[in-house]
Write a protein that binds this ligand. Structure first.
Ligand code: GDP
Length: 383
């Protein structure tokens, strides 16, 4: 999952790390890391910091020498070697515990590298720009603590930006289901082959596991075999499937399923619809009719993560014609790039609700920004 994404980030991380190293080594020559390039820090302050640093170093040095002198077995040469090494170690510690001040120019190259990596990972352009600008405002002009690993700062700042971005339109599906008047009507839309029917079955199982009663509506009356496909899932899950003949009016099927749910006190109707492209005017008009007649509480757009920018663009266009309430991205388990998962919510202004991570009913993950970012970055950086 997302292997390519992590590989692409190497340039950004290396570039920021080498910029930090450059600043650290400059600091060793001239003063405190935090003061390099900072116009607000006066020369006197810098001198003072340097003085303190040197005093600390000489204290360490004399301590090392004193303790070494006590050891009568040490030869003169051993003693010099030891104090030299431990002095170097302590100096390293001092340097790494300090802070660095970054200006806009320092970040030019690393952020350019990052933007390229994001675009090559299929992150939509406005989303890549938003991430870059968020990292820029996080890092520029403020002092940043440098840990023992300079690559950490690059990863930490990216993690923070991604979590912020992905949290923007967040909707907790469980809270939503708990609060809406019964029966809740959920319509699934998207193109064929992306995993729409499988996702309906997965969501049905997810809801059953939480003690909700579910009815399925076989609203894809267009594609031969679609009704049977939903019936197979219904049988496996022990669910009632409301169906009409192939070629019949899908709005009528969904309407009947809602009536059934009302009559039998069912909590939720999950309705399939025929796969369609936003460019197919007839099918899009039909979709508008289904929405007009059945007034769904939630329209879920389903697409596959592996489609990258295409999935994001389809979501945007669908949302323009029939406003969606959220998305499910399927086949995330097979997606190396991660761009669609990063972009789809920002571009549509609607949350990701679930991620499909395999072909089993249980391979459905309720969307949580941190879960996704941990997988994108490899669970290493703490924000
Ligand atoms: P539909 O035409 O959009 O209804 O697509 P289907 O539900 O029939 O799914 C198409 C194929 O994608 C099937 O083989 C599914 O098993 C597979 N699929 C669906 N979701 C996922 C997923 O999250 N991961 C993987 N690896 N395969 C999936």
């Amino acid at each position: 999952m997302f292997n390519n994404f992590r590989e692409k980030l190497a340039g950004y991380k290396e570039s920021l790390a080498s910029k930090l190293q450059e600043k650290l080594s400059k600091n060793c020559q001239t003063g405190n890391i935090a003061d390099i390039g900072n116009p607000d820090i006066s020369a006197t302050t810098t001198e003072k910091t340097l003085e303190t640093g040197l005093t600390q170093l000489s204290e360490i040095s004399s301590h090392e020498v004193q303790s070494s002198e006590k050891r009568s077995t040490d030869t003169d040469n051993d003693l010099k070697q030891k104090s030299k090494f431990s002095l170097l170690d302590k100096a390293k510690l001092l340097v790494f515990e300090q802070e660095v001040f970054l200006d806009e120019k320092d970040l030019e190259e690393p952020l350019w590298q990052l933007e390229m990596a994001l675009l090559e990972s299929d992150v939509a352009l406005p989303v890549a720009e938003e991430i870059v600008s968020s990292i820029k405002s996080d890092l520029v002009g403020s002092k940043k603590k440098i840990g023992s690993n300079t690559a950490d700062l690059a990863e930490r700042s990216l993690k923070k930006a991604l979590i912020e971005l992905l949290s923007e339109n967040y909707l907790d599906f469980d809270d939503y289901i708990r609060d809406v008047t019964r029966p809740i009507k959920i319509l699934f839309v998207g193109v064929n082959g992306t995993g729409k029917t499988t996702s309906i079955a997965k969501v049905a199982k997810y809801l059953q596991d939480r003690n909700y009663s579910v009815v399925l509506a076989a609203g894809d009356t267009f594609r031969a075999g679609a009704i049977e496909q939903l019936e197979v899932h219904g049988k496996k899950l022990g669910l009632k499937v409301i169906k009409h003949k192939t070629g019949s009016d899908p709005a009528a099927v969904v309407f009947d399923a809602i009536e059934y749910a009302k009559a039998h006190n069912k909590d939720i109707v999950l309705a399939d619809t025929a796969g369609r492209l936003h460019t197919n005017i007839n099918l899009m008009d039909q979709m508008k009719k289904i929405v007009r007649v059945t007034r769904p509480d939630l329209l879920i757009f389903v697409d596959e993560a592996i489609a990258g920018n295409d999935a994001v663009e389809r979501a945007r266009l669908f949302n323009e014609s029939v406003p969606i309430g959220g998305s499910i991205l399927t086949k995330t388990d097979a997606d190396a790039k991660g761009g669609s998962a990063i972009s789809i919510s920002y571009v549509t202004g609607k949350p990701i609700l679930f991620l499909g991570v395999g072909q089993m009913y249980s391979d459905l993950v309720k969307f949580e920004p941190r879960w996704l970012v941990d997988r994108l970055l490899g669970e290493t950086a703490s924000a």
